[in-house]
Design a protein around this ligand. Structure first.
Ligand code: BMA
Length: 942
């Protein structure tokens, strides 16, 4: 089998595209050289790759992630890089690049082919002419320095007199170029501004009458469906297909669409109607009966039924000219922003507008987080890594990720993984935290990028939404109004030109199945009128009726003194971002910094903290960094006993953990609040915290570290994203304490919550059993058992009391009391025919705001392992007191994975066995010997 045929058949197995082009050679198969004459560098290079990675492989530079190499390697970003390779002689040849990062000049046989300026576009060039007169053909791709070019563009008319709106992290002027915006620095990441052929590239040879499919659009929607509006679920499906091809499409060409299930059974094989040929694309559609297919559901809401759709271009004698297969599915997903209806008002929902997702016509509670670029260098993001990351998403009980604007459009393999695992991907165009140029050349460039990506990913059932960009309305337009009120209408007009005039029509013209919002955080639209083709969406902005609720929320408050003040949280329909930063573990730090730097305020650690960003290229960002480090320290000091260990490394490790405990505690408090909102007048239906994972080893908002290790946050988020939860809501000023059960199931669930007060020694406070005000509770043995029934996507109160009253009238020592809430319930999982499931959840509440004020007791923790490396498990027991924030830890190197539970509380006499999910192990199980357990008590010991 020739290499190119092999490559085609490999491509087929995943089926990113299937083309009958006669010869497709991957440019990865060429021998590339990377060179830079200014530095006399000439090393071997790769495609796909980036200069930093090839220089690291050739040992010209050290690990870009080590120490302060992000600063030391700035020279790599500030110079030009050239990739060259020899070509065999090719006739009738196209070069197809799925991604060039970013400013490239391409020559073949010394003849200029093209220049490119957009990382996110697919480029294709007919180089037949250039090859014709060439004896030893070669290709040269010269990449200009993106930071230098951005600076040069700042002196052109592309730049505008923006004031107070442009957030610079490190390299300036990112908004003038179409390159991953976080490549120029962000508050959680380094600034490498890499360059290279960052995505696959192909040499395509076509003879006459042959076509190469370079992109495939599949749009599956219910008949009559319109973007952003809930469709009629009884309608049949429309499957609209459109192939972008190289080569010329015969005038009389027809299209056939075959749909098969994953067992290769044909669902339908039909010749498409309404076939059109225009602009290098052939399009047509078929109808599929509603009952011919099974629906796709997100994680936890039903099965992920998948299908293969093959679109074939047929010639006049029914001969196949080209064909493309995509794995897809049948589902509708809508972001419903319609006005609150009479029916909803009658249910007690507060007036205003909806802002929630509906899958196949059902409201769902979106549980998840924000996905940032998993690496500063995309070419080293492997499928295995993403599989593992998404396994953590699934086991973390998440069903939605917001793919944050200003990384990169996700490659197909990531959507494929999300399709398989049922993770909805709220996707965004790459614009963030600045205003953007309004020049025609810029808009045209963006339009091409948007068309390519909207068409490329539309077939994925995991695609949940397109948003124009990050924080544009709540932050950027707000800042524009604040700093330049005289020109505000200009900034709003320009914003609308790009986000309503270019991006919205790109979505609406290519897809009817996906909703669009111009900005991640938005109050939604005032009107939506699909018959107004010019301007279907009119934004609401701040046109608000007092007392009404609109839109989604974004919440950051670095004043940790109000972290647990519930009235400081926003009341909205959906929380798309909220968070606070924490340190990564000692183990992650050990991967990235020298042993002598392993202390809280070492220069390296401080300078790797980019919250708050330097705002430029200085490498002495101590004033801002200290602020960010200080926020973490203050939070720990406020709420927990502070570690003060004799051993410097142990002290550092404890401090890292302590910052993670605060982070997790704070997020949990917000998540419970937002989830309870599903049954409150705000009808709150989503919680996506900032941020899922790390791009490198640094203090950030992440719940999963760069190595894949879970921080306390990811464990606690997993727990609090359980289906049916019990949680306390405490006003620590008045002492009012209520306990609610909240469920995101689609049927009523019945169960009981056992409420038991303990002292820190682990003794049940038997005289405290009747501290609830519910009617039907029963007490005994120091516990109160409260039955409950909670409706679909709803909440119900199971206890109301006042801690000050408990202290005054019942003599409770609040510093020596802990309320354990234990829930057991029975109910049905959505779209699941098996017997009812049992749901359990536990929460420990302490009636003092700071655990530093609590009478913590040594819990006398013990740990033992099952010594079974094939299915490792550890049994932990508290022998002499309540164990708060019990933390199992595993060593660095050799093993990666996660415990099934962590950060939990224990009372004496109830051992808990915790399994460990191994993702990699090169130690043959030896790592199990080094697993440790600690708790908050350990912060109090030297
Ligand atoms: C929001 C996000 C990101 C940022 C995060 C933490 O602004 O959209 O831009 O990294 O908060 O500051």
């Amino acid at each position: 089998m020739s290499r190119s045929v092999l490559m085609l058949s490999l491509a087929l197995s995943r089926a990113p595209f299937l083309s009958l082009a006669q010869s497709v050679t991957s440019m990865s198969d060429l021998e590339w050289t990377l060179s830079n004459p200014n530095y006399s560098i000439s090393v071997s290079g790769k495609v796909p790759s980036q200069a930093h990675l090839d220089l690291y492989d050739s040992e010209v530079i050290g690990d870009p992630y080590y120490g302060l190499n992000d600063f030391n390697l700035r020279w790599v970003a500030e110079t030009n890089w050239t990739y060259t390779a020899s070509l065999s002689s090719f006739a009738s040849t196209w070069l197809v690049f799925d991604g060039l990062d970013t400013f490239s000049t391409i020559s073949v046989c010394n003849e200029l082919v093209a220049s490119t300026n957009n990382q996110f576009r697919q480029y294709y060039f007919d180089v037949t002419q250039a090859l014709n007169n060439c004896t030893s053909p070669d290709i040269t791709i010269n990449f200009g320095s993106a930071p230098n070019i951005a600076n040069a563009l700042a002196n052109t008319s592309l730049n505008e007199p923006w004031e107070g709106t442009q957030l610079t992290y490190e390299f300036p002027n990112r908004w003038l170029i179409r390159k991953e915006q976080s490549d120029f620095g962000w508050d959680w990441g380094p600034a490498f501004a890499p360059a290279g052929v960052w995505k696959p590239a192909y040499i395509v040879q076509l003879s006459q009458n042959q076509l190469y499919v370079r992109n495939t659009l599949l749009d599956i929607y219910r008949r009559g469906q319109l973007n952003n509006l809930p469709p009629d679920q009884t309608q049949s499906w429309v499957v609209n297909a459109s192939l972008d091809v190289l080569g010329s499409i015969p005038q009389n060409a027809r299209l056939r669409i075959d749909i098969k299930d994953v067992n290769n059974r044909t669902v339908t094989s039909s010749v498409a109607s309404n076939v059109t040929v225009s602009g290098g694309a052939i399009s047509g559609n078929i109808i599929v009966a509603d009952n011919a297919v099974q629906l796709w559901w997100p994680n936890g809401l039903g099965p992920q039924n998948l299908y293969y759709a093959t679109v074939t271009v047929l010639g006049s004698s029914n001969n196949t000219i080209a064909s493309s297969t995509k794995r897809t599915a049948f589902r509708t997903i809508v972001l419903n922003m319609e006005p609150i209806s009479q029916r909803q008002l009658a249910q007690g929902i507060q007036n205003g507008n909806n802002w929630h997702f509906e899958i196949n016509g059902h409201e769902l509670y979106a549980k998840g987080s924000n996905l940032i670029p998993p690496d500063a260098f995309w070419p080293r993001v492997t499928e295995t890594r993403i599989q593992q990351l998404f396994d953590s998403v699934v086991s973390g009980n998440q069903n939605m990720l917001r793919v944050w604007a200003s990384g990169a459009y996700q490659p197909d393999f990531i959507y494929d993984i999300a399709d398989e695992k049922g993770i909805l991907l709220w996707s965004e165009f790459e614009f963030s935290d600045s205003l953007y140029p309004a020049a025609q050349s810029f808009l045209d460039n963006v339009r091409q990028e948007a068309i390519y990506n909207v068409r490329r990913v539309n077939h994925h059932p995991s695609l949940a939404l397109w948003a124009g960009g990050n924080e544009l309305e709540n932050l950027e337009l707000y800042l524009a109004n604040l700093s330049d009120p005289g020109n505000y209408s200009r900034w709003q007009d320009e914003y609308e030109t790009l986000f309503l005039g270019v991006l919205l029509p790109t979505v609406y013209e290519n897809s009817r199945s996906i909703s669009y919002i111009p900005s991640s955080t938005t109050n939604g639209y005032l009107t939506l009128n699909h018959s107004n083709l010019e301007h279907p969406m009119v934004e609401r902005y701040n046109n608000l009726t007092p007392g009404y609720i609109y839109g989604d929320t974004d919440h950051y408050d670095y004043d940790s003194s109000v972290a647990f003040n519930l009235s400081s949280y926003p009341v909205g329909r959906f929380a798309n971002e909220f968070g606070f930063h924490s340190m990564p573990s000692l183990q992650s730090w050990q991967d990235a910094v020298a042993p002598e730097d392993l202390h809280f305020n070492s220069t390296t650690i401080q300078l790797r903290n980019h919250h708050y960003p330097s705002g430029g290229l200085n490498t002495t960002n101590f004033p801002n960094s200290t602020k960010g480090m200080g926020e973490m320290t203050i939070a720990v000091e406020q709420y927990y006993p502070t570690p003060n260990k004799n051993d410097a490394l142990a002290n550092f490790s404890s401090w890292c953990l302590a910052t993670q405990i605060f982070q997790a505690d704070f997020y949990r408090s917000q998540i419970t609040y937002y989830r309870r909102g599903s049954g409150m007048p705000e009808r709150q239906l989503g919680s996506l915290y900032w941020q899922l994972e790390d791009i490198w080893q640094a203090p950030t908002w992440a719940g999963i570290e760069y190595s894949g290790r879970w921080k306390v946050l990811h464990y606690i988020a997993k727990d609090i994203y359980s289906r049916v939860i019990v949680a306390p809501y405490w006003n620590y000023t008045t002492g009012d304490l209520s306990v609610y059960v909240t469920s995101d199931l689609w049927d009523t669930v019945d169960g009981t919550v056992d409420l038991t007060w303990y002292d820190w020694g682990g003794n049940v406070l038997t005289n405290m059993s009747s501290t609830t005000t519910t009617n039907s509770s029963t007490s005994g043995g120091g516990s109160t058992s409260v039955p409950f029934s909670v409706g679909a996507l709803n909440t119900t109160k199971v206890m109301q009391t006042n801690t000050n009253a408990l202290s005054k009238s019942q003599g409770m020592d609040l510093t020596n009391a802990v309320l354990r809430m234990n829930l057991t319930a029975t109910g049905n999982l959505p779209n699941n025919d098996s017997a009812p499931s049992t749901f359990t959840h536990e929460f420990f509440f302490h009636p003092v705001l700071s655990l530093a004020d609590a009478k913590l007791t040594d819990p006398g923790l013990t740990i033992s392992s099952n010594n079974n490396s094939a299915s490792p498990a550890f049994t932990v027991e508290a022998t002499s007191g309540v164990s708060a924030w019990t933390w199992l830890d595993f060593p660095n190197g050799g093993v990666m994975g996660n415990f099934e539970d962590n950060g939990f509380w224990l009372v004496p006499g109830e051992p808990k066995t915790v399994a460990f999910d191994v993702k990699n192990d090169t130690t043959g199980g030896k790592w199990m010997e080094d697993v440790t357990v600690s708790s908050l008590w350990d912060f109090t010991t030297p």
